[in-house]
Structure formats: structure tokens, C-alpha cells
Design a protein around this ligand. Structure first.
Ligand SMILES: Cc1ncc(COP(=O)(O)O)c(C=O)c1O
Length: 445
């Protein structure tokens, strides 16, 4: 690292090695150290690092034409990727759906918020604008996306700037907000959405946004059977749109192209990011179902929104090349096998007195650490357990994604594991060994 960096870092109190090369599931620093990427760099990298054909596809596109503004041109790459994404999505996107490409997940959320507002105007429902969401969720770092997020720590400094449109209870069985147990709970957390419609002002609600599996904030919390379907039903019966934020869970990460497909749910809008270009280019997407598209087509015909770099030809070329690689190497199916390998390797960890829960779907897994396994009591925030585990794993050359606050916004420690889909059984064993060493070190102190 240069002695005096010109970069504004994420954290001035940390030092960051220079990543100089990537090979499969490994990142190699300029000083030669090798790190096993157990987190896929925040659940981004799906096909692995250093796949040279992606760079070749991007270079090919950029040497043909790197950029043409979407107010004047479309590109072959964007057209092709849009058609492929719609074909992978639930049936209501297949005929008449469209894709709006962005440069990442936050822009996708921001776009969806404005899209549903304008949809309401196009559909003659001009009073509707509120996008309901859940506490303990994350939908991005821009102000609209942060307004619908419920991640306490990430919101805290910006509270005065954020709109308050209403948050319902999280769906988190390990720390149920209603102190209930599935199935006797009768999905109280889903029914919490209905209270927003029963209480006073409801004619201004436009949509509900949720992460089908809650990623960073809750450490891969998977909803119980029936949750997603009930949420979808409540949106339909109350006449609002359903937005599935699949920025983390989409593009195969959970073992289906989109996580909602595990439960046969058809949202009106699906948000994609991260894995769509596996980190090779900044890219996100808003998949818009036929119902919403038709309102624009019949109505004003123009979405009052735009980014200079939307549907960028080089980024969408990366997206197509990544999808080619996923298909050619059958990596969508590989997620389930690799997920089972990683879960299997983690089994011995489960008996540790401070490992409360190991959960997740496909290759999006979370390990939660608790002070008391019987009561599920979390550690005090000041003990910084998640960060200590990350640091101890790093000393074993394994990269993880730590988060605090899963229980009540402040307390609760977990790490997220989301390696590339190409992770081998031997690499899964390395991750498990590093975690065991980390747990032994952190909890013996
Ligand atoms: C579910 C979800 N939505 C949105 C975002 C924001 O995406 P980005 O960081 O690409 O803006 C994230 C990022 O972690 C996410 O996990």
C-alpha cells in the first residue's frame, strides 16, 4: 500500500492490501499473499476471478463501440442480455416484460422506487407513492434506497435525510420479532404487512420491497415455507406492486436463477446487481413485468428517469459473457452441490457453544455467533465479535463478510459466506477449518 494514499477509503483506521490478481476462488495481493474468497467479495463473484474470456468480450465490445447514449441508441449487447434475463425470470416477465439496466444495485432500487411511482400515475392512481419495506433489511446506499432499508447502523447518520414510508417486521425465525415459532406463528411477520393496510392511511401505498433471503443485515435468513407466497397474496389483494430485491440472491446465488422461484412467486419487479456481471463490470438491472410495462406503453410512453451510463454496452457485454460462462460450465446447477459441500464442511462448527445458527440457501450462507446458545442471547456490541472473527479468518487467509446488528440493529454478530459457484470441496474444507480456528481463537480469549 502506498504510504500516502490518494484514495478516500471505506475506513481510515484500516489498511488495505492491493489486490493484484485473481484466480478462481483466490485473490492474490501484490506482496504475494493469497486469500481464499469465501464471501465472493460481498456475494458478487459467481464465476470466479480471472476468467479471461470476460475481459476479451468487454474488449471486443469496446473496440467496436464503447458508448452510445440510450436517448439515441440501443446496443446489441444490452438487447441480448435483456432477452436472456427475461427468459430466466418468472413467467409474468416472459411475454411483454422489459429490463432497465443500471450500474449497480442501489441504482436499481432507486429506479424501482421511481418506476412504481410513475406506474401509479400512468394507472390513474396519483395518490400512491409509498414503498413499504421491512426493518432489518438493506436495499442500497443512495437516499431513496436507504429510505426503504431497515439496516439501523447504515441508516443512523442519515436519518434526517430519509423519507419514512413505513417498515414492517422482519422475517427472522432464529430471533422471531413476535417470539413465536413456525408454524404455530401462522406467519405473523407476513401478516404484519396487512396491518399497514388496515391502519388509517393506506391509499398512498404503491409497493412493498423485500429481500427474498435477507443477505448482509441478517446473515442469509431464509423465510419459512409460505412466507413469500403470503406476502405476494397480500400485495395482490391490496392492489400494490411487489418488488423482489434480488441484488444479492439473484443470478443463481441461492440455487435458482432468482430466489423467488424457490416458492413459485411472481413479483412485479425484480432487482438484480452483484452476480449479474460477477464483478467484471459495474452492472445492475430492474426486471419489469408485463403488467407494469403495459401501463407505460398505454400511458405517457416515457419514464421520467435516466442515468448517463444505463445499459452500458461494455458492462452488458460482460453480463452476456458471464451468463455464457455460467451456462457453459453448468454453474447454476453447481450452486446446489457446492452449497451442500460447504454446509457439510461447516457441520462440526455447529457444536461450538458460541455458534448459534448456520443458515442459508445455496451458496448464500450465514453463521451467527451467540453468547448463550440456549437463550440465543447475543454478545454486547462493544465485543465486536463479527469483526474479530473476520480478522481471525483473515489470519488463516480466508475472506469473510462480517456484520453486526442482526438481532436489534445493534447487537447480533454473524458472518456471511458467499463464495464463487466454482468453489471446490477442498476449498470448502479450507473455509471450515479457518472458521474453526477463528472461533477457537476469538472465544478462548
Ligand atoms: C439486497 C441488496 N440490495 C441492494 C444493494 C445495493 O447494491 P450496490 O452496493 O451495488 O449499490 C445491496 C448491496 O449489498 C444488497 O445486498
Amino acid at each position: 500500500m502506498p504510504t500516502r494514499s490518494g484514495l478516500f477509503p471505506r475506513n481510515f483506521k484500516k489498511s488495505f492490501p492491493i489486490a493484484s490478481r485473481g484466480e478462481g476462488c483466490w485473490i492474490i495481493a501484490d506482496d504475494g499473499r493469497r486469500f481464499l474468497d469465501a464471501s465472493g467479495q460481498a456475494a458478487v463473484v459467481s464465476i470466479g476471478h480471472g476468467v479471461s474470456e470476460i475481459g476479451r468480450a468487454m474488449s471486443e465490445q469496446s473496440s467496436q463501440i464503447a458508448f452510445a447514449h440510450t436517448s439515441q441508441f440501443h446496443s446489441v449487447q444490452a438487447e441480448k442480455l435483456a432477452a436472456r434475463l427475461l427468459a430466466m425470470a418468472p413467467a409474468n416477465f416472459g411475454s411483454g416484460g422489459r429490463v432497465y439496466f443500471t450500474s449497480g444495485g442501489s441504482e436499481a432500487t432507486e429506479t424501482a422506487i421511481k418506476l412504481v411511482r410513475q406506474y401509479c400515475l400512468e394507472a390513474g392512481r396519483k395518490d400512491r407513492y409509498r414503498v413499504l419495506s421491512r426493518r432489518q433489511s438493506y436495499h442500497g446506499s443512495t437516499l431513496g434506497a436507504m429510505s426503504v432499508s431497515g439496516n439501523v447502523a447504515r441508516r443512523a447518520p442519515y436519518e434526517p435525510l430519509l423519507a419514512e414510508w413505513g417498515h414492517i417486521a422482519p422475517c427472522f425465525c432464529y430471533h422471531c420479532p413476535f417470539d413465536k415459532t413456525f408454524p404455530q406463528c401462522e406467519l405473523a411477520c407476513a401478516e404484519d404487512l396487512q396491518t399497514q393496510f388496515s391502519a388509517g392511511k393506506k391509499t398512498d401505498i404503491a409497493a412493498f420491497i423485500f429481500e427474498p433471503v435477507v443477505g448482509a443485515t441478517l446473515g442469509a435468513a431464509v423465510p419459512p415455507e409460505g412466507y413469500a407466497a403470503r406476502i405476494s397474496e397480500l400485495c395482490r389483494t391490496n392492489g400494490i406492486l411487489l418488488i423482489a430485491d434480488e441484488v444479492m440472491t439473484g443470478m443463481g446465488r441461492t440455487g435458482q436463477p432468482f430466489a423467488v422461484q424457490h416458492w413459485g412467486v411472481e413479483p412485479d419487479v425484480i432487482l438484480v446487481g452483484k452476480g449479474i456481471a460477477s464483478g467484471y463490470a459495474p452492472l445492475g438491472a430492474v426486471l419489469v413485468s408485463a403488467l407494469v410495462v403495459e401501463a407505460f406503453e398505454r400511458g405517457s410512453g416515457a419514464f421520467m428517469h435516466g442515468f448517463t451510463y444505463q445499459a452500458h454496452p461494455v458492462s452488458t457485454a460482460a453480463g452476456n459473457a458471464v451468463l455464457d460462462f455460467l451456462e457453459a460450465h453448468k454453474l447454476f446447477a453447481q450452486v446446489n452441490t457446492a452449497g451442500r459441500n460447504l454446509r457439510g464442511a461447516l457441520v462440526p462448527l455447529q457444536s461450538h457453544p458460541n455458534v448459534g445458527d448456520i443458515r442459508g440457501l445455496g451458496l448464500l450462507l450465514g453463521v451467527e455467533f451467540v453468547k448463550d446458545k440456549t437463550t440465543r442471547e447475543p454478545f454486547a456490541k462493544e465485543q465486536n465479535i463479527a469483526e474479530k472473527i473476520r480478522q481471525a479468518c483473515l489470519e488463516e487467509s480466508v475472506l469473510t463478510y462480517p456484520t453486526q446488528g442482526g438481532v436489534d440493529g445493534l447487537r447480533g454478530d454473524h458472518i456471511l459466506l458467499a463464495p464463487p459457484f466454482t468453489i471446490s470441496a477442498a476449498e470448502c474444507a479450507l473455509i471450515a477449518r479457518a472458521l474453526q480456528a477463528a472461533v477457537a481463537k476469538v472465544f478462548s480469549a
